[in-house]
Design a protein around this ligand. Structure first.
Ligand code: AVJ
Length: 320
């Protein structure tokens, strides 16, 4: 059978963010920043996969273990045979765990990178020949409309990996409200949330001994050099990551090791010794803190699963 017969692309033609203007804007600020979404070029995506395999980086394997143990309970709550809607593209083991447990009629991944998503869908189409794949090319951090599905197909929204942690709390609320809008009353949201814990565990997770997270962070400068005709001296910058308890987040920065100037597309930027470019926030939540946030967006907590070390939470919330 032609597996492509069951794959439809709904291309909402998301605007691709302009790397150059984001870099000029971010480096021109009094506190220099670069948006974390630009980590994920080809090298950066491969480095992120390698981070997930580091012994110190617990979230990926912990969430996977929780999902594996909870899969049939999740299916009991969400119902089988509906539509699985994933924010982000599903090539991962986590998606397959849910596809196996829920046996949905429809799988609807939403991703901004069209080719990556379609490649993942082609593989899934071969392995799940009965599954209807509705790939939605959209930027889920901005308002967009989901394609219609038959009303008898209950939806389960899936947002794994603690990707919600990249949003500041107000942005997270706005995102959750959009998800609520894209569901009907009684539908479910299954979300992975990294939990507050001993800062030493967090600091280790973002400072792995093999230096993979450091390479991931500094790859942003390499990318600037390659794509934007920039001249960052990679030996002059270092990876910094630490838990900021007051803000409830891990922060990643790139720290200038000396006073220096770098140019990007002809624009000069000076750095003091010790000055940083803030490249990422990764917010951590207490389960009840996240429950309150989701409550404000119209969700009611049904079930929380966690690991024995209470490192990571997977929450099933019901749209009111
Ligand atoms: C993909 C945003 C969940 O915050 O832990 C991993 C990204 N950054 N190591 C995270 C990341 C550094 C990751 N998220």
């Amino acid at each position: 059978m032609n597996t492509l017969a069951k794959l439809r692309l709904h291309d909402l033609a998301p605007e691709q963010d302009d790397f150059l203007s984001a870099v000029l804007d971010g480096l021109g600020r009094p506190h220099k920043t670069l948006p974390c979404k630009f980590f994920y070029d080809e090298t950066g995506s491969a480095l992120f996969d390698a981070i997930c395999d580091q012994p110190e980086y617990y979230p990926t394997r912990t969430e996977l273990g929780i999902l594996a143990a909870a899969a049939s309970e999740i299916a009991d709550l969400a119902g089988r045979g509906g539509a699985l809607v994933e924010y982000g593209s599903g090539s991962s083991l986590k998606t397959r765990l849910l596809l196996d447990a829920l046996v949905p009629a429809i799988y609807m991944p939403i991703d901004i990178s069209r080719e990556h998503m379609l490649a993942a869908c082609h593989t899934l189409a071969q392995d799940y020949p009965a599954l209807h794949l509705m790939a939605v090319c959209a930027d889920y951090t901005r308002p967009f409309r989901l394609p219609q599905t038959a009303p008898q197909n209950r939806r389960l929204a899936f947002f794994p990996g603690s990707s919600i942690g990249n949003f500041a709390p107000l942005e997270a609320l706005r995102f959750l409200k959009q998800v609520a809008q894209q569901l009907s009353g009684g539908d479910g949201l299954l979300i992975g949330v990294d939990l507050k814990k001993d800062p030493a565990v967090l600091n280790a997770a973002y400072n792995d001994a093999a230096g993979v997270t450091a390479a991931f962070n500094l790859n942003l400068l390499t990318r600037c050099n390659r794509e934007l005709d920039a001249d960052f001296d990679l030996d002059g910058f270092a990876h910094r990551a630490f838990y900021n308890a007051a803000a409830g987040r891990v922060e990643m920065h790139i720290e200038s090791q000396r006073e220096q100037t770098a140019t990007v597309a002809g624009h000069a930027f000076t750095f003091a010794a010790g000055e940083t470019i803030h490249t990422e926030n990764s917010y951590k939540y207490e389960p009840d803190e996240f429950q309150r946030l989701a409550g404000q967006a119209g969700f009611e907590l049904q079930r929380t699963w966690t690991d024995p070390g209470r490192l990571f939470g997977v929450l099933y919330l019901r749209r009111r």
